[in-house]
Design a protein around this ligand. Structure first.
Ligand SMILES: [Zn+2]
Length: 92
């Protein structure tokens, strides 16, 4: 398990550099969290996450440290909460 996880992280690091909490704080962005199980979502202040995880934490990895307040799942997706005027574009 640990080996697989490490390889995934290495591939992500090689492909594109994920945003880190410190960079989000500089940009004034918070973190958008989405539960893959029940669809519960929330915006968590970056400052709060930095206090818990540190500024070097990659944003896509934050979900591994969170738990859904709705269903208790740990299958959480996280990304920068880009300010979006009006409707959010559907990606699926
Ligand atoms: Zn949930």
């Amino acid at each position: 398990m640990a080996g697989i996880k490490r390889r995934q992280l290495a591939e992500e690091e090689r492909g594109r550099r994920p945003a880190r909490l410190g960079a989000l704080a500089d940009a004034g962005l918070d973190v958008f969290c989405w539960c893959n199980r029940c669809g519960h979502n929330a915006v968590v202040p970056t400052a709060q996450l930095m206090g818990q995880l540190g500024p070097a934490m990659a944003v896509p990895e934050i979900g591994a440290h969170m738990r859904c307040t709705g269903c208790g799942s740990r299958d959480i997706a996280t990304r920068p909460h880009w300010p979006s005027p009006g409707q959010i574009t559907r990606h699926m």
